[in-house]
Design a protein around this ligand. Structure first.
Ligand code: MN
Length: 231
């Protein structure tokens, strides 16, 4: 048996301090997970169970790359996020055991076609066209737990052309990393290479061609993305 055409290469992420690559299986994203961002999106922050959406694994973009301004939108947004990478499979994982399933952490930028997302939200339609487009998941090098531990507090900051747009602390997450991993694993069986973008703080806003967007998280360094001309 052969393939009828060549299978796509496995999407991968850089590993901090190593030439090894980390294969990506799926990308989950948490919706509203910082109270001030929930309010700026016109929603009450609360402890209703978190909700998730996904991006395709091959949407990953690395630190330092240029992303062409995507089609169909007039309102491309940045979203600074802490990214969790699963290294050990599990289902129905307890909060107490959740961190033992984490391989490492990275800095992310959940690029969003905000106009399409809001239209979908109003019409009760899926968010894919707003969230899951080509090259929509900027994720920097993954730092192993062995090297950085489990960041639960510390600055998360985003600038556009040097101007601070988002400035918060990881301790403001409504749902913590152990809670997110546990809840997600009640619904899906998690496997190595599953990536979770944990939600963005307040201050989301537009990017336009020519912008440089930098996200910085204490202990994880910073990542930079350039926005290119329309694709
Ligand atoms: Mn997000």
């Amino acid at each position: 048996m052969g393939y009828v055409f060549e299978p796509q290469a496995v999407p991968t992420l850089a590993v901090a301090g190593s030439d090894d690559r980390l294969p990506v299986r799926r990308i989950f994203c948490v919706g509203r997970n910082y109270a001030a961002h929930a309010r700026e999106m016109g929603k009450d922050p609360d402890r209703d169970p978190p909700f998730f959406f996904t991006k395709p694994a091959d949407a990953v973009v690395e630190d330092g790359e240029t992303v062409a301004y995507p089609p169909l939108t007039e309102n491309l947004h940045y979203e600074a996020e802490l990214v969790v990478v699963i290294g050990t499979a599990g289902v129905n994982i307890s909060e107490e055991d959740a961190l033992s399933h984490v391989w490492g952490y990275a800095i992310g930028n959940d690029l969003t076609r905000r106009d399409l997302q809001l239209t979908a939200r109003e019409q009760g339609r899926p968010w894919d066209w707003g969230k899951a487009f080509d090259r929509s998941a900027v994720i920097g090098p993954v730092h192993s737990v062995a090297s950085v531990g489990h960041p639960a507090e510390g600055s998360i900051k985003l600038t556009v052309n040097g101007q601070v747009k988002q400035d918060a602390d990881l301790n403001e997450l409504i749902w913590s990393v152990p809670e997110i991993v546990s809840i997600l694993s009640q619904s899906m069986s998690l496997k190595p290479g599953d990536v979770i973008m944990t939600g963005t703080p307040a201050g989301v806003g537009p990017l336009v061609p020519g912008d440089t967007c930098v996200v910085e998280i204490a202990g994880l360094g910073q990542i930079s993305t350039q926005i290119g001309p329309r694709a």
